[in-house]
Design a protein around this ligand. Structure first.
Ligand code: PRP
Ligand code: URA
Length: 208
């Protein structure tokens, strides 16, 4: 069974409260989503493997380290894009793939419209990024798209999750660890996370 990590950090909690506030404007919302993406990345990268690397400092030879695995960030469009800059600031050499999915507002079923990945993604650690893990349908479908292409070293990185979403993801992909900034109570009858932060894509991009 996969691991579920809800990150406990004062800065993450502070910024999560900003984005939950319906009175937060779009500029601060976008900036905070991105910054939380960076803070989460700092926390989840603690167990990234490193290999030795020797460099010459201006003074002498130094035994250092570099990350052992390439990293690919795969945001689920659209809302996942909001977290990418913050993650990329932490891991600037990471490559970026994209999966386009939207949730049918009535059936809540995910529909795929786009998928494009770097050529060396199979040898990389892949961070699937989407702020909202609601029913879990979109995250699960995105991970299935990757696995259908032979990509298996995957972690899910989100902002707000629900017990329903975690259950679905763990059932469908027991090998994919889940990292969240917050675990919320439940989904309402329209499929919104409670208390959540509303429609993340709409708040990021000013649609609606
Ligand atoms: C939102 C969100 C997730 C999905 C989560 O996307 O960004 O991708 O819903 O819901 P689920 O866990 O029930 O599948 P949405 O479909 O609103 O598309 P958007 O990002 O383009 O706004
Ligand atoms: N997608 C969102 O953007 N918000 C929710 O609460 C659920 C799904």
């Amino acid at each position: 069974m996969s691991k579920v990590v809800v990150l406990n950090h004062p800065l993450i909690d502070h910024k999560m409260t900003i984005i939950r506030d319906k009175n937060t404007g779009s500029k601060q919302f976008r900036e905070s989503v991105s910054e939380i993406g960076g803070l989460i990345t700092y926390e989840i990268s603690r167990d990234f493997e490193t290999v030795p690397k020797v460099v010459e400092s201006p003074v002498c030879r130094v035994d250092g380290f570099e990350l052992a695995k390439k990293i690919v960030i795969v945001p689920i469009l659209r809302a996942g894009l909001g977290m990418v800059d913050g993650i990329h600031d932490m891991i600037p050499h990471a490559k970026i793939g994209h999966i386009g999915l939207y949730r049918d507002e009535e059936t809540l079923q995910p529909h795929t419209y786009y998928a494009k990945f770097p050529t060396d993604i199979k040898e990389s650690l892949v961070l699937v990024v989407d702020p909202m893990l609601a029913t879990g349908g979109s995250a699960s479908a995105a991970i299935t798209i990757l696995k259908d292409r032979g990509i298996y070293n995957i972690r899910y990185v989100g902002l707000v999750g629900t017990p329903e979403g975690i259950k679905k993801l763990q059932e469908d992909h027991p090998d994919v660890d889940i990292y969240l900034a917050a675990l919320d109570s439940h989904l309402n009858e329209e499929g919104y996370i409670v208390p959540g932060l509303g429609d993340c894509g709409d708040r990021l991009f000013g649609t609606k």
